[in-house]
Structure formats: structure tokens, C-alpha cells
Design a protein around this ligand. Structure first.
Ligand SMILES: Cc1cc2nc3c(=O)[nH]c(=O)nc-3n(C[C@H](O)[C@H](O)[C@H](O)COP(=O)(O)OP(=O)(O)OC[C@H]3O[C@@H](n4cnc5c(N)ncnc54)[C@H](O)[C@@H]3O)c2cc1C
Length: 578
């Protein structure tokens, strides 16, 4: 880990920047976030228009967004902030497809075979297409466009128009004739071909700033960090003087102002969202419906999702003839398309179209991705456009933010090196630290501080291993970490080594806290607590102070009280060392 005593500055409070901020805060690093805008969220934020709170664009999440969901849990966002719907694509005009609740690949194959509104031959062809992609592990030797991929596999007709093309345009925000097939395959691999819940649709039930960036901001401030809104950074070099490192998490078109040498000349794709407010009685048959015969691709029922009754949000991803229309014309056109499939709709009471002209970079074959690597010493990049594989989405942004934080915490280390580092750390803790013990007050303070630091690093490494292994939910016996006995909760933080994933506030919890200490530090430092009674040989005692909170008190020399706490919900380790 770099010396981060002066803290880390993060430029940009979009999903990437706030992900970095939460990851670093969880590792005990002090962060200061600078955001140019008045609210956090960046390209996924709340706006106010003529007194109405809206999103800058309707968003949809999918079950495979594991990293975003993990961080949402860390900062305390309740699960009902999203409406989870098992994958179901319904069109206003006939076609519907629902993944069956069966293990892969049966759920998908069964769903395709039962899809309505598509000829049987095309449905069978779609099953063969997915099988062929599975055989090649969803990889291509050479990237091509989605249109070429569909052509190669004979995916024409209604299955292409109603399933593959809308999926690709929504996920990549790029017309299929230009879109990268490799990025599309990465999405198909993680959703349709993954576990059933990975393809679930998750629709926000609160505005996009409240969904993650604002709770993340509160989390950072609660743990001693700072977030400055309306504070654009103008001079990166000057900012760098005040911090040990900087993460630049601005949009790709904003990079030029801060790091002109790194900024690439991307081409961009727009996303238009048209909000139409009807009488409160107006609602859709399903929270999200496809439209197939016009400009509007999807329409969302904001009443069913956010309680904004009678409000529909029409979404048009990527470039097209709609870009030649004025925003008023676009609203009229959206209303006309809705009225065609919703008899008795009535006229809208008001409407508002938002054009995000640079919603994402065009996700084309072999588009250059800069990665999160240090741009110059102590400067790291984060942002949806940096992810080496995923299309520019919320999940790509969050992954990149976490990756930048991890690079900074362990610069230049591969996972294997991290595990080796951990082993060395364990030896140090086991052999070197006990030599200090008993010698003096300073030595006691040093011992507690070093154990806390080693513990913090180890929690970070467990969580890193959890992410890298692609784990989801609670995990027993996390492989690839230590001796493979550490258990974690669904946020990837350690909870036990005897197959438990929570830490209750009682003696059982204290036993688990002790197990975590031994399991993640692999140390010989004697520790009592829970089922192990303390005696004069013990150096630390494990107790709980609340559910999911462990306290490790230095009992070798009990006065003054020195301890560190570990919060298994947030992964934060806090030291009290007078
Ligand atoms: C209309 C629309 C619809 C979308 N739909 C979806 C969807 O359904 N699903 C999905 O997964 N993704 C969707 N996306 C993509 C998703 O929103 C983005 O991929 C993601 O928000 C990018 O996050 P980021 O943090 O990388 O960048 P940004 O959100 O662009 O954040 C960068 C931040 O940096 C700040 N900043 C810039 N310069 C400075 C400076 N000098 N000083 C301080 N701050 C600065 C900016 O103000 C901004 O807040 C959509 C995007 C749009 C626009």
C-alpha cells in the first residue's frame, strides 16, 4: 500500500468516483471527493425540471451488476430501492419472452422455446445460437460488429428485431451495425448464460442520486471523509500537492481538461428520455414495455416504480433520426407512439425530453480503453469507459472505481503477489510483533496499531478475493484466500471460519470474531474470547459491541484500554489507541 497518510483526492462523484470513495473509506483511507455538479451521480443523477424531480435519463440495472449491489449494501441502501423482476421482455405489440426458473442453460432455452410472437424455426435457431456461443465461452478470436455476429449465426427476422437487437442497443448504447460483438457477448455471458438471477431486471424505485451516490456520500462523511459539491477541479497538478494520490473519475469527454495527454478522441452515442405526465389513472400493463414499430424502444411506468402516478418515461438509446427533431417534436412523437398501443390514453398534462448527447462512448469493436493504471505517479483513472471488457454502464463505472482503489491500496500487485504479501504479513505478525509485546507502553501501542493495520489490509484482501472469484451472496470457505476456511457475508467481508455468515452480539459472535482474527491474520498472537476463556497468555480478547461488530482489545496490558473494532457490514476497521 502506498503511504496514504495525507489521504486520497477523488475527482468526480459519479458512480465510479463514489465507488472508489467507498472502497477506500472501507479500507480506512481518508478521502476527499470533488464534484463539479450540485448533486452526486454524474450521468446517473437527479435533476429538477419546472419543479419536478426527474432522472437525467431512465436507467435499468441487471442482476449481474454484482459490484454495484455489493457497494449499495455496504453503504446501507435497502434492497427495496430496486424492483427486481425475473427476466421478462414484454412488448406492447405481442412478443413476450420470459426466462424460466430453471438452472442454466435450461431456463433460457425453455424461455426461448416458449416465447410468443416469434416463429418456431427462429426460436429453435436462437437456442442453437446460444449453444454455439456457450461452446466458444462467449469469446471471439477477432472482434466484429453485433450485426455481423447475428448474420454469421443466421439470426434474422423477428428474433433479431425483437430480442437480440434491442438487447444489444440497450446494453451497448450503439447501433448493431457499429456495436462490438465482444462486449455484447460479455453481457450475454453474465446474464442470459449465467445464474438465473444474473439476468433479472432491476428497476430503480428511487432517483438515481439516492440509489447509490448520496448514501455513498453519507457513508464517506460518517467515516471522516469529505465530499465537496459544486467544486470543479481545475488544476490536477496543484491538487496533487495536497494528497498522496488522486483518482480521476470524470467522464471521458471531461478528461481532456485535466489530463490532456491521456484523453482519447472517442465518438459518443446519445440517449434520449422523454417524460410524459398523464392523468394519474394511466398505467402500463408491466413496469417496462418494449415498443417495436417506431422511435421509442422502451417505456417505463414511473408510477409503478417511484409512485409518480401517470408518468411514463420513453427511452431511445443510440443515434437515429430522432436527433434531427426538436425536443418538443420528440415528445409529440413519443406520445403518438404510445397512443397507438394504449387506446384512451388522453393528452399529456406536461412533457419534458432530455437529450444526453454524450451518454456513453460508442462501444465499437476494439475501442481503446485506457484501464485504471496510474496515469502518472499517484494518479489513477476510473470511469465507465476504462473497463477492459464491459460496455459503458453503471456496473463498468463501479468496477473501475473499485479497481482504481485496489490498485492504489496494493499498487503493482497481482493477486498471487497479494497472497504472498499476506503470507509475509502473517509471518511478521506471528514472529516480529510478539517481540515488541510487554516491553513498554509504546510497544503496546505499536502492537495494537500494527495488528489493526494488518487486520484492515487482510479484510481488504478477503474482499478483493471475493470480487475476483466472482462470488455472490454469503460464501463459506472462500477459496484462494489463506487456508480456504474464511467465510464471508454477501458484502464479501469475513464473518467466521466455521461456516457462519453473520456475527451476533453475544458469545457466539465473540467466538466468530476470534475465528476471523485467526483466520485472516494467520497469526500466532494468542487471542481469547467467546468459547476460549482468557488467561495471562492471551494478548488480545475478542468481543462484540453490536451485531456484526467485533472489538479486539489488547489485554496484555489493559490500561489504558486499547482496541480496534471491525464492522462486518461495512468492512471498516477503526483503531482506538490512546
Ligand atoms: C441517459 C442515460 C441513460 C443510461 N442508461 C443506463 C442504463 O440503463 N444502465 C446502465 O447501466 N447505464 C446506463 N447509462 C450509463 C451510465 O449512466 C454511465 O455509464 C455511468 O453513470 C458513468 O459513470 P462514471 O462515474 O464513469 O462517469 P460520470 O457519471 O460521467 O461521472 C463523472 C463525474 O465527474 C464530474 N466532473 C467532471 N469534471 C470534473 C472536475 N474537473 N472537477 C470535479 N468534478 C468533475 C462530473 O460532474 C460527473 O459527476 C446511461 C447513461 C445515460 C446518460
Amino acid at each position: 500500500m502506498e503511504n496514504l497518510a495525507r489521504g486520497v483526492a477523488i475527482i468526480g462523484a459519479g458512480y465510479a468516483g463514489m465507488a472508489s470513495a467507498v472502497a477506500l473509506t472501507s479500507a480506512g483511507v481518508r478521502v476527499t471527493v470533488f464534484e463539479a455538479g450540485p448533486v452526486p451521480g454524474g450521468r446517473a443523477r437527479r435533476i429538477v425540471s419546472q419543479g419536478n424531480e426527474l432522472d437525467n435519463g431512465q436507467h435499468i440495472l441487471i442482476g449481474a451488476y454484482a459490484e454495484l449491489f455489493r457497494l449499495m449494501r455496504t453503504v446501507g441502501v435497502p434492497s427495496d430501492a430496486l424492483l427486481r423482476i425475473p427476466l421478462e421482455i414484454r412488448y406492447a405489440q405481442g412478443f413476450s419472452f420470459r426466462r424460466l426458473w430453471l438452472p442454466a442453460p435450461l431456463g433460457l432455452a425453455g424461455g426461448l422455446l416458449l416465447a410468443s410472437g416469434i416463429p418456431l424455426a427462429e426460436r429453435l435457431g436462437a437456442v442453437r445460437f446460444m449453444r454455439a456461443l456457450g461452446k466458444s465461452a462467449f469469446r471471439l478470436e477477432r472482434d466484429i460488429t453485433v450485426a455481423q455476429l447475428l448474420e454469421q449465426h443466421g439470426q434474422h427476422g423477428r428474433i433479431a428485431k425483437l430480442l437480440w437487437e434491442p438487447l444489444a442497443v440497450s446494453a451497448l448504447n450503439t447501433p448493431v451495425a457499429q456495436a462490438s460483438a465482444s462486449a455484447f457477448l460479455a453481457v450475454l455471458r453474465d446474464t442470459l448464460a449465467g445464474k438465473a438471477e444474473a439476468s433479472d431486471l432491476l428497476l430503480p424505485r428511487r432517483d438515481l442520486s439516492k440509489l447509490f451516490p448520496e448514501p455513498a456520500l453519507e457513508f464517506v462523511r460518517r467515516h471522516g471523509g469529505e465530499v465537496w459539491l459544486r467544486s470543479a477541479v481545475v488544476d490536477l497538478h496543484e491538487l496533487k500537492q495536497g494528497f498522496d494520490a488522486v483518482i480521476v473519475a470524470v467522464g471521458p469527454h471531461q478528461l481532456k481538461a485535466l489530463l490532456p495527454d491521456l484523453a482519447l478522441d472517442y465518438s459518443y452515442q446519445p440517449i434520449h428520455t422523454c417524460y410524459l405526465q398523464y392523468e394519474e389513472r394511466v398505467r402500463l400493463a408491466f413496469p417496462m414495455l418494449g415498443l417495436s414499430d417506431g422511435l421509442v424502444q422502451w417505456v417505463f411506468d414511473r408510477g409503478a416504480l417511484l409512485g409518480e402516478r401517470g408518468r411514463l418515461a420513453c427511452v431511445i438509446s443510440a443515434q437515429g433520426p430522432h436527433q434531427d427533431m426538436s425536443l418538443d417534436e420528440l415528445c409529440e412523437r413519443c406520445h403518438a407512439e404510445l397512443a397507438r398501443v394504449m387506446p384512451g390514453l388522453g393528452k399529456p398534462l406536461w412533457s419534458r425530453a432530455i437529450a444526453e448527447k454524450r451518454a456513453t462512448i460508442a462501444c465499437t469493436p476494439n475501442v481503446a480503453r485506457p484501464g485504471t493504471n496510474a496515469a502518472s505517479p499517484g494518479v489513477y483513472l476510473a470511469g465507465d469507459y476504462t473497463d477492459p471488457e464491459y460496455p459503458p454502464t453503471l456496473e463498468a463505472a463501479v468496477r473501475s472505481g473499485v479497481r482504481a482503489a485496489q490498485k492504489l491500496l496494493a499498487p503493482g500487485f497481482t493477486l498471487v503477489e497479494l497472497v504472498t504479501l499476506l503470507a509475509v504479513l502473517a509471518v511478521l505478525v506471528a514472529i516480529a510483533l510478539p517481540r515488541f509485546i510487554d516491553l513498554s507502553d509504546d510497544a503496546a501501542r505499536a502492537s495494537v496499531a500494527q495488528h489493526a493495520a494488518a487486520f484492515r489490509t487482510s479484510v481488504g484482501n478477503v474482499s478483493l478475493r471475493y470480487v475476483v472469484s466472482g462470488a455472490t451472496g454469503n460464501v463459506d470457505n472462500l477459496t484462494g484466500f489463506g487456508d480456504g476456511t474464511v467465510d464471508t457475508n454477501a458484502s464479501g467481508y469475513p464473518t467466521d471460519t466455521a461456516n457462519a455468515n453473520t456475527i451476533p452480539n453475544n458469545a457466539t459472535g465473540a467466538t466468530r470474531c476470534r475465528n476471523v482474527f485467526i483466520g485472516i491474520l494467520s497469526t500466532a498472537t494468542p487471542i481469547c474470547g467467546g468459547s476460549v476463556a482468557c488467561n495471562s497468555t492471551h494478548v488480545f480478547q475478542a468481543t462484540t459491541t453490536a451485531a456484526q461488530v467485533c472489538r479486539y482489545t489488547y489485554v496484555k496490558d489493559p490500561t489504558p484500554a486499547r482496541f480496534f473494532t471491525y464492522n462486518a457490514t461495512t468492512g471498516v476497521v477503526t483503531l482506538t489507541n490512546p
